[in-house]
Write a protein that binds this ligand. Sequence first.
Ligand code: F3S
Length: 292
Amino acid sequence: MAEIITAKSAGFCFGVKRAVDTVYEEVERGGPIYTYGPIIHNEEVVGDLERRGVKVLDSIEQAAGITSGTIITRSHGISREEDEKLAATGARCVDATCPFVKRIHKIVEESSADGYEIIIIGNPVHPEVKGIMGWSHVPVTVIENREQAAAFVEADDGRSPEEAAQRKICIVSQTTFNANKFEEIVAILSKKGYNVRCMNTICNATHERQAEARAIAAKADIMIVIGGKSSSNSYKLYEICRKECANTHFIQTWRDLNLSPAGNEQIIGITAGASTPKNIIEEVQNHVRADF
Ligand code: F3S
């Protein structure tokens, strides 16, 4: 019988679990419940909530029309403007922003009030980054790669070192950004001698999930990664695992399992992306156990 190793860090991170739990708790309390955007990128969870009467609000305009009930925000947060608009509706607002993201909002809000320019290292179209931008009192620069960092510094070539030292810049990061890339970008920005306040706000959850997946895949005969088709963090996990274990499978639910056991497998590894609920992981585990 093969040993099945499921990663401890598989599935929801702390912030996503907290947000999803919040919605289920509010469902228990009753009353019309809305989430501002889908609470998580997982069709099964959103479908289940829908059956329990939870409606998804797709825009702030739609939210503005709500006169009663409860509106819950997502773990990756919203801008100050959206926050204020939700507070002005007739509904009770429950903020399920992950505390790690909330901390970034606070840094950006306070630093920009303190005369710092704000640089966010991250993906400018990601909702988390858009939300963070919305807490700054000054326009924000979003930098995603080394080239953009170099262009930012070059645009400043006319400035003397003394003048550069006067420029106050606060750097924060999208929580899911790659730590090495973050360091490289910060190094480029720091060369100029600005007065830099650098806050590494990367969350460990992603790194831990990837490191554990890599370690399990390295010793597994078969590796299974569970995640949504369009979930980029799940696909990234798949790529990491495939490098270590050629026999890696990317599935959405146990129904996609298509393993043909050779009979001599000793270790089957399982991990899952950040938006995969526990019950889906357990179902896969149970089916794999039946096969090996
Ligand atoms: Fe929060 Fe980290 Fe998850 S910032 S939402 S615990 S990835």
